[in-house]
Design a protein around this ligand. Structure first.
Ligand SMILES: C[S@@+](CC[C@H](N)C(=O)[O-])C[C@H]1O[C@@H](n2cnc3c(N)ncnc32)[C@H](O)[C@@H]1O
Length: 200
């Protein structure tokens, strides 16, 4: 989907598309980190950026949808986040950060996109990427049905180089209680998670 299609989806929503809070695994990983600077890549209506900002992170939320960013900025705590309109395949931050998070960003070349995000992580910093796994199609979970844009553990692991220690990379089953849609969904979903620490 291009930016205009995403704008349309957000415009058609009644005040937001995604769940109120970040995915449970993102909350779990980031809760153990000391707050610093962070980028929420493809922030959507801002659930992860807002959650991190509320916990003391100096947060930038990037998305190419103007409508998404308007919804995000209007949410409680929206003033605490720097919202940036940018296409993450070309956008660059002014400086590297302590934490880069990406949730459910699916692009034709996801490996290249994750490799770009990895460049934005400062030495000692953390990269967390979570998205729909190819196995999610067979599992019947909500999400895209095109395997070409879905993740596998091999794809995410291969997107970071030897400067990173991979703390965790693999498939995860997500319960309906951790749905990414605001209205929830009934089926279990299968995600891929990458949690990597930049060691040099
Ligand atoms: C499935 S939504 C996920 C939103 C958010 N990360 C979350 O989990 O709630 C995907 C988001 O990626 C954004 N997006 C897709 N391609 C993008 C690109 N090339 N650059 C910036 N944002 C993009 C869309 O506008 C949309 O908000």
């Amino acid at each position: 989907m291009d930016a205009a299609q995403w704008d349309e989806r957000y415009r058609a929503s009644a005040g937001g598309v995604w769940a109120a809070e970040p995915p449970a695994v993102v909350r779990e990983i980031t809760a153990s980190l000391r707050p610093g600077t962070t980028i929420d890549v493809a922030t959507g209506d801002g659930r992860t950026a807002l959650w991190l900002a509320a916990r003391g992170w100096t947060t930038t939320g990037v998305d190419f949808s103007t409508e998404a960013l308007a919804l995000a900025a209007a949410r409680p705590g929206g003033d605490a986040v720097t919202w940036v309109r940018g296409d993450v395949t070309t956008w660059e931050p002014v400086a590297s950060v302590d934490l880069v998070v990406s949730c459910y960003l699916h692009l034709p070349d996801s490996a290249a996109a994750v490799a770009r995000m990895a460049e934005w992580v400062a030495p000692g910093g953390v990269l967390v990427v979570v998205g729909h796994d190819v196995d999610n199609i067979a599992a019947g979970g909500h999400g895209p049905a095109d395997p070409a844009i879905l993740y596998t553990p091999e794809l995410l692991r291969g997107a970071v180089d030897e400067r990173f220690h991979v703390a965790r990379c693999g498939r995860m089953t997500r319960s309906p209680a951790d749905a990414e849609l605001r209205g929830g969904h009934a089926a279990h979903a299968v995600d891929t998670l990458l949690h990597a620490v930049r060691v040099r």
